[in-house]
Design a protein around this ligand. Sequence first.
Ligand SMILES: [Zn+2]
Length: 225
Amino acid sequence: MLVSRQVLAASSAYASPYYIVRGMNPGPVMMITSGVHGNETASIAGAQKLADHCATGRYVIHRGTLIIVPRVNQQAYAKKIRGTPDLNRTFPRRQSGKAKHPLAAAVFQLARAHQPDWWLDLHEANGLSQLSPHVLGQTLITNPGSSSVPICRRVIERMNRSISVRNQYFNLKRHELPGSARTAASRLLKAKSVTVETCWSLKRAVRIKYQTEIVHHFLREAGMS
Ligand SMILES: [Zn+2]
């Protein structure tokens, strides 16, 4: 396993580190982004922890290539704000279309170069989806008709089996969101793309644990770990 640290949008004000983890055997490519919104800190911590554990060999990628961008919007993260404009509306909407923000352009260019089979975009949101269908906290979100739907169902089933507090169960949502990383990855790169949303009001350690477990489930589903 080889881990290299590189810099996204290097020599610009948006410069942010990312990691390429190469397993010993060929296999799928998975892209993991977090910090598209700078204040969703448990998802950012989870992604950084995964990168660190890969670098120290505590977590092993056996097959394929994992690309982790833990703090897409480093400037928003520094201020612990969501960031304006909303970066998750600035990804390309058509095959020939351009991203509407230099950061979204840099992330999508990185993705195009690696052609990910999978893309997990880690976020956090308000509320508990188990208590209200109108909130996004504790959900996995896919595009309607995505081939990732059955996989998300299995991951949710495994997650919920391990969660003792029923209110914190995860649920699946299907939603087309033009300009989002998920929809761009699904529509333009044909990747199995999923948005992961933990609930903000839970304890930070619990949120990081959920983020980490979900990512591990997807890496196993992809046959990478
Ligand atoms: Zn978000």
